[in-house]
Design a protein around this ligand. Structure first.
Ligand code: ADP
Ligand code: MG
Length: 217
């Protein structure tokens, strides 16, 4: 079996009142972990949003396990994303009226899966926040919220786990913790990991890097 998880080819995006950004071609194979590097404004978030199918490109192709993401429409794309891609944003955002457990159950439902409290508990325990399952988001620290975000992104065992500056708002201790947990859990759940960062503290943990540089035309 071909083990291609992510393939980017000839990809470009243009903001209506903004820059046109060209992205380098690259491929990620199963189990590979890569860092997406580039200065602020180089297009990291734009690329991750294209990969997740949140926005459509000017040209080019994103394939996730050979499926062209833009060929899927509407709810088909939403379900594909929910099943195949875990997304961790810079600032975790959760439904504030739902507990940690309920927020993660929602991610299972959106993917069309049965909710599985035991699987969620196992993952929360692994992330050392099992005692927070009944807490509401506002009752958690940033580091704890980022771990809940990891749990939510991984609960459906996605082929691809994407994280956009996941350590930007964290102190050094939480940065190390969150990074190690990301790498450990991605490994355990069989997910391929792509992390966008300009955080120098993160660079040492990865050998594969994709550099975005001076791409604006
Ligand atoms: P990064 O995540 O690497 O900091 P972004 O992908 O957020 O970079 O932004 C890439 C470029 O696109 C920047 O020049 C930014 O100003 C511009 N940009 C981002 N979002 C918009 C938008 N909604 N409208 C117009 N320009 C945008
Ligand atoms: Mg960004």
């Amino acid at each position: 079996m071909d083990n291609s998880i992510l393939l980017i080819s000839d990809l470009a995006f243009e903001y209506k009142l903004g820059p046109k950004i060209h992205f380098p071609n690259f491929e990620m194979k199963a189990g590979e972990h890569s860092l997406l590097l580039g200065d602020s404004g180089s297009g990291k978030s734009t690329l991750l949003n294209l990969i997740a199918g949140f926005s459509k490109p000017l040209q080019g192709e994103v394939r996730i396990q050979h499926q062209s993401i833009y060929q899927l429409q509407g709810s088909g794309r939403d379900k594909f994303r929910a099943q195949q891609i875990g997304f961790i944003f810079q600032e975790a955002h959760f439904l504030k009226n739902l507990t940690v457990m309920e927020n993660i159950q929602l991610a299972q439902s959106l993917a069309g899966f049965e909710t599985d409290k035991e699987a969620i508990e196992r993952l929360l325990n692994y992330l050392q926040i099992g005692d927070k399952k009944k807490a509401f988001p506002h009752e958690l620290s940033r580091g704890q919220l980022q771990r809940v975000a990891i749990a939510r992104a991984l609960i459906n065992k996605p082929a691809l786990l994407i994280a956009d500056e996941p350590t930007a708002s964290l102190d050094d201790n939480n940065t190390t913790l969150v990074l190690n947990l990301l790498l450990d859990t991605a490994q355990q759940y069989g997910s391929t990991l792509l992390i966008a960062t300009h955080d120098k503290r993160v660079k040492d943990s990865f050998s594969n890097t994709i550099q975005l540089n001076n791409l604006q035309r």
